[in-house]
Design a protein around this ligand. Structure first.
Ligand SMILES: [Zn+2]
Length: 255
């Protein structure tokens, strides 16, 4: 009886130790990818010739980026909406610019993960856009109208042109957008500390199709280096120019 109980206790302790080790390994991986291995994304970073500003929320060591975009004919768009359901970081950047939540007219979502669409409830006046496969998930989570996009669409938002590229893999409806010379890749790719671009496998639903989508996008943009001044990401970066992305694509082809 006593022997069985202590064996059971030893088993429970070993299982607990296993769980703790597993959690530590996961934390180390997340830290490695999002913090120490990554190019840090700073709040207030200005992109797109002064018309795009990074808004950063922090969750422990992780930076969660969205981007405020000044529209040609007035008002703002957002690239993603952060994680905070009260959108405090976004609203404070707007306040600094003498604007408020209702001045955000459009929100383009790179993909339907909680840290990219969390602020939607606090931005009820904006028209929301996402690739149809992820638009469904956003409608479900928010019970609001979401305009479904498709690859190759060009959306004119208050005079500013948003080019839409479907890059399924991280999520089925992952999107890249090109606006004001900034290529937004969401979480499909990541910027490493050395300024290189990597396909992002972390939390990606289908890493293989993510890589294929990114490689196809690199081929499509190859001749348009002048149109891409910067690449912006969900949690790191940005990097300058299309070069690092094309380099990733050509190295992948050699493998
Ligand atoms: Zn994601």
């Amino acid at each position: 009886m006593g022997g069985a109980t202590s064996r059971f206790r030893r088993w429970v302790l070993a299982a607990l130790a296993g769980v703790v080790i597993l959690i530590l390994v996961l934390v180390a991986i997340v830290l490695a990818v999002f913090r120490f291995g990554a190019l840090p994304l700073e709040d207030g970073t200005i992109l797109g010739g002064g018309r795009v500003e990074a808004v950063v929320e922090t969750m422990g060591p992780i930076a969660i980026g969205s981007y405020l975009i000044v529209l040609e004919n007035g008002g703002y768009a957002l690239m993603d909406a952060g994680m905070d359901s009260e959108a405090r970081a976004i609203r404070s950047v707007l306040r600094r610019r003498g604007a408020e939540a209702r001045d955000v007219k459009f929100i383009f979502v790179t993909h339907a993960h909680g840290d990219h669409m969390g602020g939607l409830p606090s931005l009820p006046d904006a028209e929301v856009y996402a690739i149809e496969a992820d638009a469904k998930a956003i409608r479900r989570a928010n019970s609001r109208t979401v305009q479904g996009l498709a690859d190759g669409n060009v959306v004119k938002a208050s005079g500013t042109k948003f080019e839409v590229f479907a890059i399924p893999g991280h999520t089925p409806g992952s999107a890249a957008y090109l606006v004001y010379g900034v290529l937004f890749l969401g979480d499909s790719a990541a910027a490493a500390y050395d300024g290189s671009v990597q396909a992002n496998w972390l939390f990606s639903e289908d890493s293989k199709s993510n890589e294929e989508s990114l490689a196809a996008l690199a081929r499509r943009l190859e001749g348009r280096a002048d149109d891409v001044q910067q690449i912006a990401f969900g949690h790191q970066g940005p990097v300058a120019g299309l070069g690092p992305f094309l380099k990733w694509a050509s190295e992948r082809e050699l493998k």
